[in-house]
Design a protein around this ligand. Structure first.
Ligand SMILES: Nc1ncnc2c1ncn2[C@@H]1O[C@H](COP(=O)(O)OP(=O)(O)OP(=O)(O)O)[C@@H](O)[C@H]1O
Ligand SMILES: [Mg+2]
Length: 135
């Protein structure tokens, strides 16, 4: 069972908000005592997901939660938007797949940098990505 200890919401509507997402995730990771390598993994993944929320999801938010399972603390990040959604989530998670001018490595990279990762989306309704790392 996972208990949520703290929760915080960060809007994602501008490039500046992406900077704020990176700062909040870095601060929270430091606060939880994550190693420098883990901090960087979390910030890098969050940055990619926040950019997707802004560019493809047309804005949304990140929920940052400090969580506790029976043994460990973790950082869980949930990115949500009410954009066009993703018709084929498996395809979207394929290295190199992009419908924009990116490299198509953001989602797949974020998944590799996470320990828990979940992508759910409905065309016309929006997208939600949840990722977590545990200490
Ligand atoms: N929040 C979202 N809403 C709608 N579509 C999305 C969303 N996030 C990702 N996608 C779709 O999934 C594709 C793959 O995303 P991914 O982040 O891997 O690559 P990219 O953003 O195109 O390029 P990169 O992240 O490497 O700059 C995107 O091109 C887009 O079509
Ligand atoms: Mg991307």
């Amino acid at each position: 069972m996972v208990t949520v200890e703290t929760t915080e919401n960060v809007p994602i509507a501008t490039d500046d908000d992406i900077v704020r997402v990176r700062q909040r995730v870095r601060d929270a990771a430091v606060g939880l005592g994550f190693s420098l390598v883990d901090q960087t993994k979390l910030v890098t993944a969050a940055s990619e997901l926040a950019r997707n929320t802004l560019v493809y999801g047309l804005g949304g938010s990140m929920r940052l939660e400090t969580v506790l399972n029976d043994r460990r603390r973790g950082l869980r990040l949930t990115f949500e938007d009410q954009g066009p959604g993703i018709a084929d989530t498996t395809l979207a998670l394929t290295d190199g797949y992009t419908t924009g001018n990116g490299l198509g490595l953001g989602l797949s990279g974020a998944r590799r940098l996470s320990q828990d990762f979940e992508l759910s989306s409905k065309p016309g309704e929006g997208t939600r990505v949840t990722m977590a790392r545990w200490k």
